[in-house]
Structures are given as structure tokens and as C-alpha cells.
Ligand binder design. Structure first.
Ligand code: ZN
Length: 240
């Protein structure tokens, strides 16, 4: 005997135990696929790097424009940056050039014709525009012996003296302070000049004016302190 029958005589099918068992898994699978598609498509939250890299899945400040170099042996070798122990500040040494022009120069090295190895994680420009060329999970070719454990920041300048414009200086302090906060670095010892790595006179003005360099470190420390306080405030609010 059939309990429920339609008028045409076919028995109405009720959802079986197997169906009820499978449906939550189907929904879960769909959710995971959608979730990962969104994450992988968002360039600011990359999942293509292993989580043990300190720079993996780090969300950058909104003022950073990502314009990554293509992977190549001369400027973006794709080598994992396994530790982040410091930030190295540079100047581009090409007066009046923009951040975009310097980024394109690094990209142009990829064909190997100049046989030059050079790049930087970030470039801060004459108007404070900030470009990221290399992900925080990979090394750049900027700081010689410290390429393997530091983030590099190249800075544009208007003339041969190498002093940064104020708007550029502020953005260098902001970005480097953010890096110090994110990777728990001490601005008074972990933020260094290229000069401190191998004696190269870079960034020139801040090699010739050690007081200006110490002032920049102080401004970086102030940014870090502000971000630490803000994070503590937000954590306290969340705990309420
Ligand atoms: Zn340098």
C-alpha cells in the first residue's frame, strides 16, 4: 500500500535518507568554492603563498597601488622571503623620475639585455604615490646581503642631492611605520639605509645628514606607535 499517491497514480517521491545526508555537504562544497574564488581573485588577499611566510595574506594599506613585476630572473626571481627582520630605505638616484617610471625600469630589466639585477618591494614617488612591485612573500634585488630578510623601499627625489619632498617623506614614514607595526620591527634598529648594509651612499641625503636620518626614524616610530595604539583600541572595543 502506498500512503501518498497522485491522481495519475505515480507515487510521490519523498526525500530519502541519502538525500538528507548529502545536501549539507553539497552546500558546504559550493560555499567553499565560492569563498576561495573570491579570495583568490582579490589581489590584496593572496592565497597562493604558504602561510608560514611572514608576508602571506597581509592586507596592504589602501594608499599602496599594486603593480607587480612579472616573474623573471633579473628583477623578480620569485624566491620566498622567509623572514622579515628589517626595512631598507633607498633613493632611486635618478632625479625627477616618478615611481611609475622606476617601476617600469625594473620591469624592463626582465629581458636581460642590460644584464642588471635590480628591484624593490615598494617605490614612493614625488607626489607620495606608492607602488608595490614585489609581493611581501618574495625577495627583491635591492639590498645586497640583506635581500633575504628585509623589505625594500625605494624613494624618488627631485634633485641630485637626494632630499625627499615633504609629501614623499610623509609617505615613507607612513609605509615604513606600517611595516614595523605589521612585522614587529624596531624603527630605531631594524629600519636601516642601504648605506648600513654595504657602505653604498644611498639614500644619499640621509647618509650625508645623519641627523635627518635619525629624525626620519623618529617619525617612523611615531607612526608605528599610533598604529599600535589604534589596534589596541580596536581590540578593546571588540572585547566589550
Ligand atoms: Zn640603495
Amino acid at each position: 500500500m502506498i500512503a501518498h499517491a497522485d491522481t495519475d497514480g505515480a507515487p510521490r517521491r519523498k526525500h530519502g535518507a541519502l538525500y538528507r545526508f548529502l545536501m549539507p555537504w553539497v552546500w558546504l562544497t559550493l560555499f567553499v568554492i565560492v569563498f576561495y574564488t573570491i579570495r583568490v581573485r582579490d589581489p590584496r588577499v593572496s592565497t597562493e603563498y604558504p602561510a608560514y611566510l611572514p608576508g602571506a595574506a597581509v592586507e596592504l594599506p589602501e594608499y599602496v597601488r599594486e603593480n607587480l613585476l612579472t616573474q623573471n630572473p633579473y628583477s623578480r626571481p620569485g624566491t620566498y622571503l622567509r623572514k622579515i627582520n628589517g626595512v631598507v630605505i633607498h633613493y632611486v638616484g635618478n632625479p625627477g623620475s616618478t615611481a611609475g617610471a622606476n617601476r617600469n625600469y625594473f620591469e624592463s630589466l626582465s629581458d636581460g639585455r642590460l644584464n642588471t639585477y635590480a628591484s624593490s618591494h615598494f617605490i614612493v614617488g614625488l607626489e607620495g604615490e606608492t607602488i608595490q612591485c614585489i609581493p611581501l612573500t618574495e625577495i627583491a634585488y635591492a639590498s645586497n646581503d640583506r635581500n633575504a630578510d628585509t623589505i625594500s623601499v625605494e624613494v624618488c627625489h627631485p634633485d641630485a642631492g637626494g632630499k625627499f619632498y615633504d609629501v614623499t617623506y610623509q609617505k615613507v614614514a607612513e609605509l615604513t611605520g606600517w611595516l614595523c607595526w605589521k612585522f614587529d620591527l624596531d624603527p630605531s634598529s631594524d629600519v636601516i639605509r642601504h648605506y648600513d648594509v654595504n657602505g653604498k651612499r644611498c639614500p644619499l641625503y640621509y647618509v650625508e645628514h645623519p641627523d635627518a636620518w635619525e629624525a626620519l626614524r623618529g617619525d617612523i616610530a611615531a607612526v608605528k606607535a599610533r598604529l599600535v595604539a589604534k589596534a589596541a583600541e580596536e581590540a578593546a572595543k571588540e572585547a566589550e
